[in-house]
Design a protein around this ligand. Structure first.
Ligand SMILES: Cc1ncc(C[n+]2csc(CCOP(=O)(O)OP(=O)(O)O)c2C)c(N)n1
Ligand code: SF4
Ligand SMILES: [Mg+2]
Length: 388
């Protein structure tokens, strides 16, 4: 519930350091693969007798649900995101003890409590920082970051952009409800101009952030958008993000029914959804409104066209290419246009070496050339001086 940021301490029930997913080296990095910490053996957790596995791991959604009371308001969109992630986990085949959810502060950031995996409800805005340290030192772990529009884009804006450009192989889910939920309804960096809240009684004069455009600007290698009211699509986006080797960014339009109810209803509700959304898919034409409308590229802008009159058909529409940063930028900018549909799907994907692969390759390379070295030699080496 709002402003209930206290929870019972949870004891991890699984042994640390079991199982290993080995990262592959980027081409040309030469040096040997990062070494696994002792005890990382690739062992899968055993199934409880009689449990019906529904995924590659033999586990079920229940195995990923913790014993903690979920303290979100009834009707909050966060429930659908949690259920989707818990359903997805068994299919990924990653052992629970190799899975870590790291969050900052906010309603959304309570997420790790509800997952029966390792997790950390960390410092406001600093989940990317903690995830960076963890993934750099334990690359075999499957690291998920959960953040909100306030946590990730206000106090954590700096950390969010740097993890994107560094490209660690982690997932980030940004719950965008265009409000600070936990602290009872102040405007956030994604709140629309004119928004009246307790902290903007005469309407917000801030120009809002568009999360996908922000991360594209920070050279993110995977960018997608989905919504809490479409669990099938949400699951597909999380699956794609997880399969991507690099930082996977997924923005979820999430309804805060207490402090910002209906912020996305025109895109999520049955009566308006078809006309106000377009699902982008690699290699497919951008068609929406049940096939009656499409999007064409005119210069650097998208134009919505009628496909019912017979003069134009789907084959005249723009065929989406998720490997084009230019197209992704245009698509992400549709956010600002109230006369256009809102895009959902994978906007962009690019293969680029991950930070942790390069880090370990560099360390191995230096070790090979210069040997192990010692702290004592470093401290008493040439570049030291006496103070006072
Ligand atoms: C250092 C610090 N500054 C401010 C706060 C107050 N605070 C807690 S959560 C939050 C915003 C959370 O917003 P968001 O990330 O959008 O999460 P939501 O609750 O909407 O899911 C703020 C400002 C805090 N806890 N710590
Ligand atoms: S995001 Fe809104 S509806 Fe959800 S738990 Fe927080 S205050 Fe309640
Ligand atoms: Mg929020």
């Amino acid at each position: 519930m709002a402003d209930q940021d206290k929870s019972k301490k949870r004891k991890p029930t699984l042994p640390p350091g079991v199982g290993a997913k080995k990262p592959t080296m980027p081409p040309g990095m030469g040096a040997k693969k990062p070494t696994m910490p002792p005890g990382a053996g690739g062992k899968k957790p055993t199934m409880p007798p009689g449990a019906q596995g529904d995924g590659a791991s033999g586990l079920t959604r229940a195995d990923f649900s913790s014993d903690q009371d979920v303290r979100w308001c009834p009707g909050c969109g966060d429930y659908a995101i949690l259920a989707t992630v818990q359903r997805l986990m068994p299919e990924l085949g990653v052992p629970r003890e190799n899975t870590v959810f790291i969050s900052g502060i906010g309603c959304s950031s309570r997420f790790p409590y509800y997952m029966e995996t390792y997790g950390m409800h960390s410092i406001h805005g600093r989940a990317p920082t903690i995830a960076t340290g963890l993934k750099a030192s334990r690359p075999e772990l499957d690291v998920w970051i959960v953040t909100g529009d306030g946590d990730g884009l206000s106090i954590g804006g700096n950390h969010l952009i740097h993890i994107m450009r560094r490209n660690l192989n982690v997932q980030m889910i940004l719950f965008n409800n265009q409000i600070y939920g936990l602290t009872k309804g102040q405007y956030s960096p994604t709140s629309e101009a004119g928004k009246v809240t307790k902290s903007t009684p005469f309407g917000s004069i801030d120009h809002p952030f568009n999360p996908s455009a922000v991360v594209l600007g920070a050279d993110a290698t995977f960018v997608a958008r989905t919504m809490d009211r479409d669990p099938k699509h949400m699951k597909e986006m999380f699956t794609r993000s997880h399969a991507h080797r690099g930082t996977g960014f997924v923005e979820v339009y999430q309804n805060c029914n207490i402090f910002n109810d209906g912020a996305f209803f025109q895109f999520t509700e049955k009566d308006s959804r078809a006309d106000r959304t377009v699902y982008v898919e690699h290699g497919k034409p951008l068609v929406y409104a049940g096939g009656s409308r499409g999007l064409r590229l005119e210069g650097f802008s998208l134009k919505s066209v009628d496909l019912e009159s017979g003069s134009l058909s789907a084959s005249d529409c723009l065929v989406y290419d998720e490997t084009s940063r230019e197209l992704a930028t245009i698509i992400s900018r549709m956010h600002w246009d109230p006369h256009m549909p809102q895009p959902f799907g994978v906007f962009y994907q690019e293969e680029r070496p991950t930070y942790e692969d390069m880090l370990h390759a560099q360390v191995d390379d230096v070790l090979k050339r210069s040997g192990t070295g010692s702290l004592e030699d470093l401290l008493s080496g040439g570049d030291t001086w006496t103070v006072g």
